[in-house]
Unconditional design. Structure first.
Length: 71
């Protein structure tokens, strides 16, 4: 969640760490409880767009977080 916070701060999303941590855990729980991999990511994108970021940038931030996590 810290990595995702740093990515989003590059686009001037100024939220507390707890926002990213809570959203990350909700997405993780959603992916674990329900089948499929992208459900939790869509949840993270939803909350980030609700926070004021454009949906394209929100989607890219989640994708970039996943890619950096795999690297």
């Amino acid at each position: 969640s810290f990595r995702w916070k740093v990515i989003c701060e590059a686009w001037n999303v100024k939220k507390k760490f707890f926002f990213f941590y809570r959203t990350y855990l909700m997405g993780f729980t959603f992916n674990t409880a329900f089948p499929g991999i992208v459900g939790g990511d869509l949840l993270r994108v939803y909350y980030l767009t609700k926070a004021g970021l454009e949906w394209k940038k929100a989607t890219f931030s989640v994708f970039l977080d996943r890619a950096l996590g795999l690297a």
